[in-house]
Design a protein around this ligand. Structure first.
Ligand SMILES: *Cc1c(COP(=O)(O)O)cnc(C)c1O
Length: 385
Protein backbone atom coordinates (compact mmCIF):
# COMPACT_ATOMS: atom_id res chain seq x y z
CA UNK A 1 0.00 0.00 0.00
CA UNK A 2 1.25 3.42 -0.94
CA UNK A 3 -0.41 5.42 1.85
CA UNK A 4 -1.31 4.72 5.46
CA UNK A 5 -4.63 5.93 6.89
CA UNK A 6 -3.18 9.21 8.17
CA UNK A 7 -1.74 10.04 4.77
CA UNK A 8 -5.03 9.17 3.09
CA UNK A 9 -6.82 11.69 5.30
CA UNK A 10 -4.40 14.40 4.20
CA UNK A 11 -5.23 13.73 0.58
CA UNK A 12 -8.88 14.68 0.93
CA UNK A 13 -9.53 17.64 -1.31
CA UNK A 14 -6.11 17.56 -3.02
CA UNK A 15 -6.44 18.25 -6.71
CA UNK A 16 -5.80 15.24 -8.95
CA UNK A 17 -4.11 13.80 -10.89
CA UNK A 18 -0.64 14.28 -9.45
CA UNK A 19 2.69 12.52 -9.23
CA UNK A 20 3.53 11.54 -5.70
CA UNK A 21 7.26 11.28 -4.95
CA UNK A 22 8.50 9.50 -1.86
CA UNK A 23 11.80 11.30 -1.28
CA UNK A 24 12.75 9.07 1.64
CA UNK A 25 12.62 6.04 -0.61
CA UNK A 26 14.53 7.95 -3.28
CA UNK A 27 17.33 8.69 -0.82
CA UNK A 28 17.45 5.13 0.45
CA UNK A 29 17.67 3.86 -3.13
CA UNK A 30 20.42 6.32 -4.03
CA UNK A 31 22.39 5.43 -0.91
CA UNK A 32 22.11 1.71 -1.65
CA UNK A 33 23.30 2.22 -5.23
CA UNK A 34 26.12 4.56 -4.23
CA UNK A 35 27.40 2.29 -1.47
CA UNK A 36 27.39 -0.77 -3.72
CA UNK A 37 29.19 1.16 -6.47
CA UNK A 38 31.73 2.92 -4.25
CA UNK A 39 32.76 -0.37 -2.71
CA UNK A 40 33.89 -1.57 -6.13
CA UNK A 41 35.20 1.79 -7.28
CA UNK A 42 32.43 2.04 -9.90
CA UNK A 43 30.99 5.38 -11.03
CA UNK A 44 27.31 6.08 -11.68
CA UNK A 45 26.00 8.73 -14.04
CA UNK A 46 22.27 9.18 -13.51
CA UNK A 47 20.33 9.03 -16.80
CA UNK A 48 18.33 12.26 -16.69
CA UNK A 49 15.89 11.10 -19.30
CA UNK A 50 14.20 8.83 -16.72
CA UNK A 51 13.11 11.81 -14.62
CA UNK A 52 14.33 15.41 -14.67
CA UNK A 53 12.07 16.78 -11.95
CA UNK A 54 14.08 19.58 -10.24
CA UNK A 55 13.68 18.33 -6.70
CA UNK A 56 14.67 14.78 -7.64
CA UNK A 57 17.64 15.96 -9.66
CA UNK A 58 19.00 18.09 -6.89
CA UNK A 59 18.85 15.18 -4.45
CA UNK A 60 20.67 12.96 -6.94
CA UNK A 61 23.26 15.67 -7.54
CA UNK A 62 23.80 16.17 -3.81
CA UNK A 63 24.64 12.48 -3.42
CA UNK A 64 27.59 12.81 -5.78
CA UNK A 65 26.26 11.12 -8.90
CA UNK A 66 27.27 12.21 -12.38
CA UNK A 67 24.75 12.98 -15.14
CA UNK A 68 24.07 11.06 -18.34
CA UNK A 69 22.35 13.34 -20.85
CA UNK A 70 20.73 12.75 -24.23
CA UNK A 71 20.05 16.31 -25.36
CA UNK A 72 21.57 19.77 -25.12
CA UNK A 73 18.79 20.80 -22.78
CA UNK A 74 19.56 17.91 -20.46
CA UNK A 75 23.22 19.00 -20.41
CA UNK A 76 22.10 22.54 -19.60
CA UNK A 77 19.73 21.27 -16.91
CA UNK A 78 22.48 19.23 -15.25
CA UNK A 79 24.72 22.28 -15.17
CA UNK A 80 21.89 24.41 -13.73
CA UNK A 81 21.17 21.87 -11.00
CA UNK A 82 24.86 21.86 -10.04
CA UNK A 83 26.26 18.67 -11.55
CA UNK A 84 29.98 18.97 -12.09
CA UNK A 85 30.69 19.35 -15.86
CA UNK A 86 33.49 16.83 -15.40
CA UNK A 87 30.84 14.26 -14.51
CA UNK A 88 28.47 14.88 -17.44
CA UNK A 89 28.25 12.62 -20.47
CA UNK A 90 26.28 13.40 -23.61
CA UNK A 91 24.83 10.48 -25.59
CA UNK A 92 22.29 10.10 -28.39
CA UNK A 93 22.22 9.20 -32.07
CA UNK A 94 21.21 12.67 -33.26
CA UNK A 95 23.17 15.43 -31.57
CA UNK A 96 22.73 18.76 -33.38
CA UNK A 97 25.66 21.13 -34.02
CA UNK A 98 24.18 23.61 -31.57
CA UNK A 99 23.99 20.97 -28.85
CA UNK A 100 27.55 19.80 -29.49
CA UNK A 101 28.93 23.34 -29.38
CA UNK A 102 27.17 24.08 -26.08
CA UNK A 103 28.51 20.88 -24.52
CA UNK A 104 32.02 21.63 -25.81
CA UNK A 105 31.93 25.03 -24.13
CA UNK A 106 31.04 23.41 -20.82
CA UNK A 107 33.94 20.97 -21.23
CA UNK A 108 31.81 17.99 -20.26
CA UNK A 109 33.43 14.71 -19.38
CA UNK A 110 32.67 12.94 -22.67
CA UNK A 111 30.47 12.61 -25.72
CA UNK A 112 29.20 9.09 -26.34
CA UNK A 113 29.66 9.00 -30.10
CA UNK A 114 27.30 6.88 -32.18
CA UNK A 115 28.69 7.14 -35.74
CA UNK A 116 31.79 7.94 -37.73
CA UNK A 117 30.13 10.97 -39.24
CA UNK A 118 29.34 12.30 -35.77
CA UNK A 119 32.98 11.81 -34.79
CA UNK A 120 34.06 13.95 -37.72
CA UNK A 121 31.49 16.64 -36.93
CA UNK A 122 32.58 16.83 -33.26
CA UNK A 123 36.21 17.03 -34.40
CA UNK A 124 35.43 19.92 -36.77
CA UNK A 125 33.34 21.84 -34.22
CA UNK A 126 35.97 21.34 -31.52
CA UNK A 127 38.65 22.59 -33.94
CA UNK A 128 36.60 25.77 -34.57
CA UNK A 129 36.50 26.42 -30.83
CA UNK A 130 40.12 25.45 -30.28
CA UNK A 131 38.92 22.68 -27.93
CA UNK A 132 39.61 19.03 -27.60
CA UNK A 133 36.56 16.80 -27.11
CA UNK A 134 36.67 13.66 -25.01
CA UNK A 135 34.71 10.90 -26.66
CA UNK A 136 33.61 7.37 -25.92
CA UNK A 137 32.71 5.19 -28.87
CA UNK A 138 29.34 3.56 -28.53
CA UNK A 139 29.63 0.00 -29.72
CA UNK A 140 26.59 -2.09 -30.43
CA UNK A 141 27.28 -5.24 -28.38
CA UNK A 142 24.63 -7.36 -30.12
CA UNK A 143 23.34 -8.73 -26.82
CA UNK A 144 19.64 -9.48 -26.58
CA UNK A 145 18.17 -7.86 -23.48
CA UNK A 146 15.10 -10.13 -23.68
CA UNK A 147 12.76 -7.29 -22.82
CA UNK A 148 10.12 -5.53 -24.93
CA UNK A 149 11.51 -4.88 -28.42
CA UNK A 150 10.87 -1.13 -28.07
CA UNK A 151 13.30 -0.93 -25.17
CA UNK A 152 15.98 -3.23 -26.57
CA UNK A 153 18.80 -1.17 -28.01
CA UNK A 154 21.87 -3.39 -28.21
CA UNK A 155 21.07 -5.54 -31.23
CA UNK A 156 22.55 -5.17 -34.72
CA UNK A 157 19.12 -4.18 -36.04
CA UNK A 158 18.86 -1.15 -33.69
CA UNK A 159 19.82 2.39 -34.68
CA UNK A 160 22.20 2.86 -31.76
CA UNK A 161 26.00 2.78 -31.78
CA UNK A 162 28.73 2.34 -34.37
CA UNK A 163 28.10 -0.89 -36.30
CA UNK A 164 30.76 -3.52 -35.63
CA UNK A 165 31.62 -3.63 -39.33
CA UNK A 166 32.72 0.02 -39.17
CA UNK A 167 34.91 -0.13 -36.08
CA UNK A 168 38.13 -0.58 -38.04
CA UNK A 169 37.33 2.61 -39.93
CA UNK A 170 36.27 4.38 -36.73
CA UNK A 171 39.62 3.56 -35.13
CA UNK A 172 41.41 5.03 -38.16
CA UNK A 173 39.26 8.19 -38.11
CA UNK A 174 39.99 8.58 -34.40
CA UNK A 175 43.71 8.47 -35.06
CA UNK A 176 43.39 11.22 -37.68
CA UNK A 177 41.09 13.53 -35.67
CA UNK A 178 43.26 15.93 -33.71
CA UNK A 179 40.46 17.54 -31.77
CA UNK A 180 38.99 14.42 -30.28
CA UNK A 181 40.48 12.27 -27.61
CA UNK A 182 39.20 8.73 -27.12
CA UNK A 183 38.63 8.11 -23.43
CA UNK A 184 36.52 5.03 -23.55
CA UNK A 185 34.08 2.57 -24.96
CA UNK A 186 30.35 2.76 -24.36
CA UNK A 187 27.74 0.01 -24.41
CA UNK A 188 24.06 -0.13 -23.52
CA UNK A 189 21.87 -3.14 -24.18
CA UNK A 190 18.39 -1.99 -23.23
CA UNK A 191 16.16 -1.26 -20.30
CA UNK A 192 14.18 -3.03 -17.55
CA UNK A 193 16.63 -5.95 -17.47
CA UNK A 194 16.17 -8.24 -14.47
CA UNK A 195 18.06 -11.30 -15.72
CA UNK A 196 21.68 -10.90 -14.57
CA UNK A 197 22.80 -13.27 -17.34
CA UNK A 198 22.17 -10.47 -19.83
CA UNK A 199 24.77 -8.34 -18.05
CA UNK A 200 27.11 -11.28 -17.90
CA UNK A 201 26.85 -11.65 -21.68
CA UNK A 202 27.47 -7.93 -21.98
CA UNK A 203 30.69 -8.26 -19.96
CA UNK A 204 31.94 -10.96 -22.30
CA UNK A 205 31.35 -8.71 -25.33
CA UNK A 206 32.90 -5.70 -23.61
CA UNK A 207 36.04 -7.71 -22.82
CA UNK A 208 36.32 -8.76 -26.47
CA UNK A 209 36.01 -5.23 -27.81
CA UNK A 210 38.36 -3.81 -25.21
CA UNK A 211 41.03 -6.33 -26.22
CA UNK A 212 40.36 -5.55 -29.87
CA UNK A 213 41.25 -1.89 -29.26
CA UNK A 214 44.16 -2.67 -26.98
CA UNK A 215 45.63 -5.04 -29.55
CA UNK A 216 45.62 -2.08 -31.94
CA UNK A 217 47.53 0.05 -29.47
CA UNK A 218 44.56 2.11 -28.24
CA UNK A 219 44.35 2.46 -24.49
CA UNK A 220 40.84 2.44 -23.06
CA UNK A 221 40.58 4.42 -19.85
CA UNK A 222 36.83 4.25 -19.29
CA UNK A 223 34.54 1.31 -19.80
CA UNK A 224 30.96 2.57 -19.81
CA UNK A 225 28.51 -0.30 -19.62
CA UNK A 226 25.33 1.81 -19.79
CA UNK A 227 22.25 1.32 -17.66
CA UNK A 228 19.21 -0.88 -17.91
CA UNK A 229 18.86 -2.49 -14.49
CA UNK A 230 15.17 -3.27 -14.00
CA UNK A 231 12.79 -2.84 -11.10
CA UNK A 232 9.93 -4.95 -9.74
CA UNK A 233 6.77 -3.48 -11.25
CA UNK A 234 4.67 -6.30 -9.79
CA UNK A 235 5.74 -5.98 -6.16
CA UNK A 236 6.78 -2.39 -5.39
CA UNK A 237 6.16 -2.76 -1.64
CA UNK A 238 8.06 -6.04 -1.30
CA UNK A 239 10.98 -4.94 -3.52
CA UNK A 240 11.24 -1.18 -3.34
CA UNK A 241 15.01 -1.11 -3.87
CA UNK A 242 16.73 -3.06 -6.69
CA UNK A 243 19.47 -5.49 -5.75
CA UNK A 244 22.42 -3.24 -6.62
CA UNK A 245 24.87 -5.59 -4.89
CA UNK A 246 23.98 -8.45 -7.22
CA UNK A 247 24.05 -6.17 -10.25
CA UNK A 248 27.47 -4.63 -9.60
CA UNK A 249 28.80 -8.00 -8.56
CA UNK A 250 28.30 -9.33 -12.10
CA UNK A 251 30.50 -6.59 -13.52
CA UNK A 252 33.02 -6.96 -10.73
CA UNK A 253 33.33 -10.65 -11.52
CA UNK A 254 33.16 -10.74 -15.29
CA UNK A 255 34.61 -7.48 -16.56
CA UNK A 256 38.35 -7.49 -17.27
CA UNK A 257 39.99 -4.30 -16.10
CA UNK A 258 43.39 -3.24 -14.95
CA UNK A 259 44.07 -0.97 -12.01
CA UNK A 260 43.59 2.37 -13.76
CA UNK A 261 40.58 1.51 -15.86
CA UNK A 262 37.35 3.12 -14.67
CA UNK A 263 33.96 1.47 -14.97
CA UNK A 264 31.00 3.79 -15.52
CA UNK A 265 27.28 3.04 -15.30
CA UNK A 266 24.32 5.03 -16.55
CA UNK A 267 21.38 4.06 -14.37
CA UNK A 268 18.01 5.70 -14.78
CA UNK A 269 14.99 3.58 -13.99
CA UNK A 270 16.60 1.61 -11.14
CA UNK A 271 17.22 4.83 -9.19
CA UNK A 272 13.90 6.61 -9.56
CA UNK A 273 11.09 4.28 -10.68
CA UNK A 274 9.86 3.08 -7.31
CA UNK A 275 9.76 6.46 -5.59
CA UNK A 276 7.03 7.77 -7.88
CA UNK A 277 3.33 6.97 -8.19
CA UNK A 278 0.62 8.57 -10.23
CA UNK A 279 -2.42 9.32 -8.08
CA UNK A 280 -5.72 9.82 -9.82
CA UNK A 281 -9.41 10.05 -9.04
CA UNK A 282 -12.23 7.87 -10.37
CA UNK A 283 -14.43 10.14 -12.47
CA UNK A 284 -16.93 7.53 -13.54
CA UNK A 285 -17.67 3.85 -13.28
CA UNK A 286 -19.31 2.05 -16.15
CA UNK A 287 -20.45 -1.53 -16.59
CA UNK A 288 -21.30 -3.08 -19.90
CA UNK A 289 -22.38 -6.66 -20.59
CA UNK A 290 -18.78 -7.89 -20.58
CA UNK A 291 -16.71 -5.26 -18.81
CA UNK A 292 -16.49 -3.04 -15.79
CA UNK A 293 -14.67 0.22 -16.39
CA UNK A 294 -13.04 2.68 -14.03
CA UNK A 295 -12.61 5.97 -15.83
CA UNK A 296 -9.84 8.03 -14.20
CA UNK A 297 -8.92 11.68 -14.40
CA UNK A 298 -5.36 10.65 -15.41
CA UNK A 299 -4.49 9.05 -18.71
CA UNK A 300 -1.71 8.45 -21.20
CA UNK A 301 -0.97 12.18 -21.12
CA UNK A 302 0.29 11.75 -17.55
CA UNK A 303 1.75 8.24 -17.83
CA UNK A 304 2.35 6.96 -21.32
CA UNK A 305 4.18 3.68 -20.67
CA UNK A 306 1.13 1.38 -20.82
CA UNK A 307 -0.07 2.95 -24.09
CA UNK A 308 3.41 3.23 -25.59
CA UNK A 309 4.78 -0.22 -24.87
CA UNK A 310 2.11 -2.19 -23.09
CA UNK A 311 4.00 -1.71 -19.86
CA UNK A 312 2.58 -3.21 -16.69
CA UNK A 313 2.05 -1.00 -13.64
CA UNK A 314 0.52 -2.16 -10.39
CA UNK A 315 -2.76 -0.36 -9.83
CA UNK A 316 -4.25 -0.07 -6.35
CA UNK A 317 -7.07 1.65 -4.62
CA UNK A 318 -5.97 4.26 -2.09
CA UNK A 319 -7.30 3.64 1.40
CA UNK A 320 -8.97 0.42 0.32
CA UNK A 321 -11.64 -1.15 2.50
CA UNK A 322 -10.54 -4.74 3.06
CA UNK A 323 -14.14 -5.97 3.24
CA UNK A 324 -15.16 -4.57 -0.13
CA UNK A 325 -15.84 -7.15 -2.82
CA UNK A 326 -13.31 -7.50 -5.64
CA UNK A 327 -14.23 -6.58 -9.20
CA UNK A 328 -12.10 -6.92 -12.32
CA UNK A 329 -11.91 -3.49 -13.89
CA UNK A 330 -10.48 -2.11 -17.10
CA UNK A 331 -8.80 1.02 -15.75
CA UNK A 332 -8.84 3.70 -18.43
CA UNK A 333 -8.08 7.39 -18.89
CA UNK A 334 -10.07 10.24 -20.41
CA UNK A 335 -8.01 10.65 -23.59
CA UNK A 336 -9.59 10.05 -26.99
CA UNK A 337 -7.44 7.01 -27.85
CA UNK A 338 -8.30 3.35 -27.35
CA UNK A 339 -4.76 2.70 -26.14
CA UNK A 340 -5.40 5.06 -23.21
CA UNK A 341 -5.72 2.21 -20.76
CA UNK A 342 -3.63 1.56 -17.62
CA UNK A 343 -4.65 -2.06 -17.22
CA UNK A 344 -7.25 -4.60 -18.26
CA UNK A 345 -9.16 -6.90 -15.91
CA UNK A 346 -7.41 -5.47 -12.85
CA UNK A 347 -8.80 -6.95 -9.63
CA UNK A 348 -9.66 -4.05 -7.32
CA UNK A 349 -11.99 -3.43 -4.41
CA UNK A 350 -15.32 -2.19 -5.71
CA UNK A 351 -14.85 1.51 -6.44
CA UNK A 352 -17.05 4.54 -6.93
CA UNK A 353 -16.84 8.05 -8.28
CA UNK A 354 -14.38 10.12 -6.23
CA UNK A 355 -12.21 7.23 -5.01
CA UNK A 356 -8.45 7.57 -5.39
CA UNK A 357 -6.40 5.14 -7.46
CA UNK A 358 -2.60 4.89 -7.38
CA UNK A 359 -0.54 3.67 -10.34
CA UNK A 360 2.70 2.48 -8.81
CA UNK A 361 6.34 2.46 -9.93
CA UNK A 362 5.82 5.54 -12.09
CA UNK A 363 8.92 7.53 -11.13
CA UNK A 364 10.85 6.63 -14.28
CA UNK A 365 9.67 7.51 -17.79
CA UNK A 366 6.44 8.87 -16.29
CA UNK A 367 6.37 12.61 -15.68
CA UNK A 368 9.06 13.17 -18.31
CA UNK A 369 6.82 11.73 -21.03
CA UNK A 370 3.75 13.73 -20.01
CA UNK A 371 2.20 15.64 -22.87
CA UNK A 372 -0.44 18.31 -23.43
CA UNK A 373 -2.32 16.16 -25.95
CA UNK A 374 -6.04 17.02 -25.79
CA UNK A 375 -4.80 20.30 -24.26
CA UNK A 376 -4.50 18.63 -20.90
CA UNK A 377 -3.44 20.55 -17.82
CA UNK A 378 0.18 20.57 -16.83
CA UNK A 379 1.11 17.76 -14.48
CA UNK A 380 1.17 18.44 -10.73
CA UNK A 381 3.27 16.74 -8.05
CA UNK A 382 3.48 16.25 -4.32
CA UNK A 383 6.65 15.29 -2.42
CA UNK A 384 6.71 13.37 0.79
CA UNK A 385 9.55 13.18 3.26
C1 LIG B 1 18.01 5.17 -21.57
C2 LIG B 1 19.44 4.99 -21.42
C3 LIG B 1 20.00 4.74 -20.16
C4 LIG B 1 19.18 4.55 -18.93
O1 LIG B 1 18.44 3.40 -19.01
P1 LIG B 1 17.68 2.81 -17.72
O2 LIG B 1 17.02 1.59 -18.23
O3 LIG B 1 16.70 3.84 -17.29
O4 LIG B 1 18.70 2.51 -16.68
C5 LIG B 1 21.37 4.63 -20.09
N1 LIG B 1 22.17 4.76 -21.17
C6 LIG B 1 21.65 5.00 -22.39
C7 LIG B 1 22.57 5.14 -23.53
C8 LIG B 1 20.28 5.12 -22.56
O5 LIG B 1 19.79 5.32 -23.77
Amino acid sequence: MLFDDQQVEKLVGVETPFYYYDLTLLERTLDAAKNAADKRNFHIHYALKANFNDRILSIIQSKGFGADCVSGNEVQKSIDVGFDAGKITFAGVGKSDKEIIAALKYQIFAFNVESIQELEVINALAADLGEKANVSLRINPNVDAHTHHYITTGLDENKFGVPNSELEQAAAVLRSCEHVNLVGLHFHVGSQITDMNVFKSLCVKVNEWKSWFEERGTYIKVINVGGGLGVDYHAPDENPIPDFEAYFDVFDKFLDRNGQQEVHFELGRALVAQCGSLVSKVLYTKSGTKKHFLILDAGMTELMRPALYQAYHKIEKVGADQYAKTINYDVVGPICESSDCFGKEVPLPESKRGDLIAVRTAGAYGEVMASRYNLREEIRYIYSK
